[in-house]
Write a protein that binds this ligand. Sequence first.
Ligand SMILES: [Zn+2]
Length: 368
Amino acid sequence: MVKKNPLPLPDLVLKHHSADLYPLLDQWLSQKKVAPVQLMTGPAGVGKREVVYFLSQWLLCQNNDLSDQDAENDLFGQPATLSTDKDIHQPCDKCSSCQKALSGNWIDFCEIASDSEDSDSNSIKIDQLRELRSSLGFAAYESRFKIVLIRDAEKMTVQAANSLLKIMEEPPPGWMFFLTASDPSLLLPTLVSRCQVLRLKPLPSEIIEELIQQIDPKRARISARLANGSWSKAISICDEVFWEKRSAVFRFLQNPASELGALVDWAASDLKNLLLLIDHLEQVLEDLINWTLNNEKEEPCQTLPFINEDYANVLDTFAQSSIAKMGSRENLKAFLIERAERIFRARSEIQAPLNKKIVVQDILLPWV
Ligand SMILES: [Zn+2]
């Protein structure tokens, strides 16, 4: 079990999610009770973990409108007393619980996650759930709740998921469980059925552009397009490696045979690299497939809404020369759809330990 420092959730991101969060808080306040198992879903990088930190701080805050009632009465239908002199949707940031949360020294909060996110065996294992189960006899130390975050719950092994299900069947009094999952279809349906589900929406590109303006103003616009609604992806895009490898992918598109070796070696050397390559190829494919759909007359068109708008010429040249080579726009479209399906399969394949080089070659060789 690990404790983590909270990450700052930019006001802009919190404001975007507040449309979903505030009704949830209003529901908790009016019912004077909270469902013990919450599932937070939404695209990767949209801020699910940070939203759980926010909700946990709110729940543990000694000045929220849940905890300032008499504990015996407020669980049984007493009407909520909503204060008018404070924002009921915000933790106070001043009480000792809030201070501990803000400094990362949580007392009644813990987080369970896969051991190492970048390795090939990035699962949440049964031992981590055993450790959790052994601590279930303990009550909250100083707050009303003891909160557990299980991050990326779809990474639980089958044994770990079954162990969690046993806990969910009879949650210990005063304990709350937050699960986050980008793909809830990978969770046990019996687990999902026990959760109150909140789905966070992707971030609009205007919000991401505004956030990146403060870090890399020159690339803010294109970064926002490439981030595809993901805040964490937007942050990772600010890394220079991202832009270097993006250039390499477009060099590959212009001259596949000479760029293949270097790209395979780089992508096969690390799971993180492979995921980055897949991200780049997916967006290139989306642009090219849109090109074939929009460009009915097979004429050059520089005004297409490319995601990779700064590489419009390269994409256009690739599409034109591929049509000349393959005989028709329909043949190019079929080739691109086949490549997109291969990439889609690769995403699930790389969840398991495997020879990354074989996967990368299988993805890239048909382009040569
Ligand atoms: Zn507080």
